[in-house]
Design a binder for this molecule. Structure first.
Ligand SMILES: Nc1ncnc2c1ncn2[C@@H]1O[C@H](COP(=O)(O)OP(=O)(O)O)[C@@H](O)[C@H]1O
Ligand SMILES: [Mg+2]
Length: 320
């Protein structure tokens, strides 16, 4: 399964959530690859706390050099062998594999989206990884990037028949982020427009939408603030939450299109990292956050998730 992680804006929590998702997939025993395809800021090395690739691979050794045809292979990193974080390293022998294919800072500058040799190398890389790993997560740059265009072209059904390819669109739980996520998918030069344009469209709209789900990140829990104050703030937050839910629904990001959501996590507000169960046990991180990442991992590989809306046995989309 190939999964593109994208978002309209930066700072949505796309990379941190995707790294945690990858970690939870591996802990469920699934061999997982994480490809850092973010041109602007490859951050996965920092989230996994691997100092050698903290700002991406050294120039000429990462995903971008491979795609440009400068190197035949990317030097991949075994996350739990290479991490500086003791508690993550000690889990080395548990679960499935977890490999990082690091990106390069500024790697996108020389890359053009209509360069067919880049698309072909992307096809080669993804097919190879899809054969080796159960899940391949590709962290794309935010917005309507060259990376998004290359990804759309490389994984269209006629280019990659019979492969499971999915798109996750990450957004924060605010009005602007909801509208931005809608626009990335449905707006001008958005995923759908780029996917269905031309004489020989890459996809039909239905094909693309059935492969796509949203992830709501850092969602505040309205009830939390009722512990303090006289309840007026809690009432206001509940009202706003309802308003956001209906805004999401009218923007085609309703519950039936949501893979899952993550709660606001104090640890992640201060530090981009993997939330380990030991962080929860030590009382630093919230159980609900670890559960949210586990839930995302479970739903991502659940076939029922990808049954088009209206054909599902049960509605497994949960609200916030
Ligand atoms: N559930 C969460 N609660 C609080 N902060 C979060 C949460 N998820 C991510 N963050 C934080 O949000 C910031 C942006 O996340 P990042 O993954 O770098 O975004 P993007 O890849 O979309 O640019 C980071 O500081 C990250 O730790
Ligand atoms: Mg990022």
């Amino acid at each position: 399964m190939i999964v593109f992680a994208t978002s309209d804006k930066g700072g949505t929590g796309r990379s941190v959530t995707s790294c945690n998702l990858a970690y939870r997939l591996a802990m469920r025993g699934l061999n997982t690859a994480y490809v850092d395809y973010d041109f602007g800021s490859p951050t996965a090395g920092a989230v996994f706390e691997i100092s050698a690739v903290e700002r991406g691979a050294r120039a000429g050794q990462g995903v971008h050099s491979y795609l440009k045809g400068n190197i035949p292979d990317i030097s991949r990193v075994d996350v739990r062998a290479a991490t500086d974080r003791d508690k993550l390293r000690s889990q080395r022998s548990r679960g499935g594999k977890l490999f990082l294919y690091p990106g390069e800072e500024g790697g996108g500058e020389a890359m053009a989206g209509d360069d067919q040799s880049v698309v072909q190398r992307c096809v080669d890389l993804l097919l190879d990884l899809d054969n080796k790993f159960k899940v391949v997560i590709v962290d794309l740059s935010s917005g309507r990037s060259v990376a998004m265009r290359v990804a759309l072209e490389a994984t269209a059904p006629r280019v990659m028949p019979g492969r499971q390819v999915h798109w996750l669109v990450f957004h924060r739980w605010t009005r602007q982020h909801i509208m931005a996520a809608n626009s990335l998918v449905h707006g001008f030069r958005g995923l759908i427009e780029q996917g269905i344009e031309g004489k020989q469209p890459l996809y039909t709209q239905a094909e693309l939408l059935s492969r796509l789900r949203y992830v709501r990140t850092a969602v505040p829990v309205p009830g939390d603030s009722s512990k303090t104050g006289d309840g007026r703030q809690a009432a206001w937050l509940i009202e706003q939450n309802d308003m956001l839910r209906s805004l999401a629904a009218t923007n085609k990001l309703g519950d039936d299109m949501v893979l899952g959501s993550t709660p606001v996590e104090p640890v992640l507000q201060w530090r981009e990292q993997i939330i380990l169960d030991s962080d929860v046990n030590a009382g630093f991180a919230n159980q609900a956050t670890a559960d949210a990442f586990t839930d995302l991992a479970k739903k991502l590989v659940d076939e029922e998730t990808w049954v088009p809306v209206g054909h599902r046995r049960t509605s497994d989309a949960e609200g916030v």
